[in-house]
Design a binder for this molecule. Sequence first.
Ligand code: 5GP
Ligand code: ZN
Length: 114
Amino acid sequence: MIDCLFCKIVAGEIPADIVYENEFTLAFRDINPQAPTHVLVIPRRHIATINDLAGDETSLVGEMFLTAKEVAHMEGIADEGYRTVMNCNRAAGQTVFHIHLHVLGGRDLNWPPG
Ligand code: 5GP
Ligand code: ZN
C-alpha cells in the first residue's frame, strides 16, 4: 500500500523503534506512548481494519498475539499485566488504517476504557 504509514515502516522508509520482528509481524514503540510500555504490533501484510480481515488470515491474527506475548515478556510486564487493544474505525478512534495491536503496560490501567 503506497500511502500507508505502517507499510512504510515495514519497508524501512520511515524510521521506527523496532523491538521485535519476525516473518509475519513487526513490533515498534508508539510515537505517542500512553503507558510506560506502549508497543504496536502489526502484520507485515497490509490489512486496513478488522473488517477487512479475510477468512484465511486467522493464523496471521494469532501471530500478532504471539508477538504481543513476546513483547510483554521482553518488556517485563507479562506477569504484572498488560492490555492488548485493536481499534476499528472512527468511533473506536482508529487513526492509522493498517491493523495494529496496542500492547500497553507498566502502570495500572483503568477499566472500562474511555
Ligand atoms: P489508532 O488510533 O489507529 O488505534 O493507533 C494509531 C497509533 O499510531 C497511535 O497510538 C499513534 O500514536 C501511533 N502513531 C501514529 N503515527 C506514528 C508514527 O509515525 N510512528 C509510530 N511509531 N507510531 C505512530
Ligand atoms: Zn499498510
